[in-house]
Design a protein around this ligand. Structure first.
Ligand code: CAA
Length: 257
């Protein structure tokens, strides 16, 4: 499949997607979204792929939704075509996605990073929701995910002032899982993805699903969901293999069954 706005490759069991609109700092337009959804769907369906990394360039993960595409939009068009609604397909991908962020992750760029399962940031990363400076507000989940991930105070601060947050602040407030030197970003993200891909795929996918459940339900329901899936894991050959390998002091060989 030839893509115009992303570069797609595989590194062993890791699917790697680079956002690639350098002339627009990887601004997220409909064409890029179309490419991204096809590539993510293909990796999700490919049994050889265990985890996915999405990255941008050194200067920008993505500087937001494409302002030039949105500029002349009117309400009826936006509503009737459910403008940007297709971004909701990204968090529905069932395999883990790591966002490897260097440079700007603004507006939709920050929102895309938050749709991934965790963010590894280069020292140069800058996160923000500057939509308010354009006369709008975040529309790809920023108000909701930021509030859940980093709390009301910081979410309000970012969404209402439009200021940027550096990588260290983003790590302190829990937006980012790890901050690494810029030159190591991709390697670290791929290493983390390879580690994930080395585990039992159904267990990895159920773990992702269960952690995400924490954001969508009550604690009691979440705990019940966790316990049910935990019980179901004893039906897996991989559970027998993982525990036999531990007691036998050897490396497990998971079969994804
Ligand atoms: N959309 C479209 N084009 C963009 C863009 C965006 N979000 N961000 C940058 N670009 C384009 C610029 O227009 C410029 O193109 P030209 O060379 O054709 O003029 C090119 O990328 C390089 O950008 P700059 O010259 O501005 O680069 P800079 O280094 O001086 O500044 C920046 C970098 C601070 C990130 C600045 O580009 C900027 O502020 N970008 C916009 C950030 C923003 O407001 N994002 C939110 C978008 S709205 C949104 O995302 C809504 C939503 O939630 C759904």
């Amino acid at each position: 499949m030839a893509y115009e706005n992303i570069i797609v490759e595989t590194r062993g069991a890791v699917g790697l997607i680079r956002l690639n609109r350098p002339q627009a700092l990887n601004a997220l337009n409909s064409a890029l979204l179309g490419d991204l959804n096809i590539a993510l769907g293909a990796f999700d369906a490919d049994g050889r792929i265990g985890a996915i990394v999405i990255t941008g360039s050194e200067k920008a993960f993505a500087a937001g939704a494409d302002i030039k595409e949105m500029q002349s939009l009117d309400f009826v068009d936006a509503y009737m075509e459910d403008f940007i609604g297709d971004w909701e397909k990204v968090p529905r991908i069932r395999k883990p996605i790591i966002a490897a962020v260097a440079g700007y992750a603004l507006g939709g760029g920050c929102e895309l990073a938050m749709m991934c399962d965790f963010i590894i940031a280069a020292k140069t990363a800058k996160f923000g929701q500057p939509e308010i400076t354009l006369g709008v507000m975040p529309g790809m989940g920023g108000t909701q995910r930021l509030a859940r991930f980093i709390g009301k105070a910081k979410a309000m601060d970012l969404c209402l002032t439009g200021r940027m947050m550096d990588a260290d602040e983003a790590e302190r407030c829990g937006l980012v899982a790890r901050v690494v030197p810029s030159q190591d970003l991709l390697e670290e993200a791929i290493k983390a993805a390879e580690k994930i891909a080395s585990f039992s795929q159904p267990v990895v996918m159920m773990t992702k699903e269960t952690v995400n459940r924490a954001y969508e339900t009550t604690l009691a329901e979440g705990l019940r969901f966790e316990r049910r899936l935990f019980h179901s894991m004893f039906a897996l050959e991989d559970q027998k293999e993982g525990m036999a390998a531990f007691t036998g002091k050897r490396t497990p060989s998971f079969k994804n069954r």
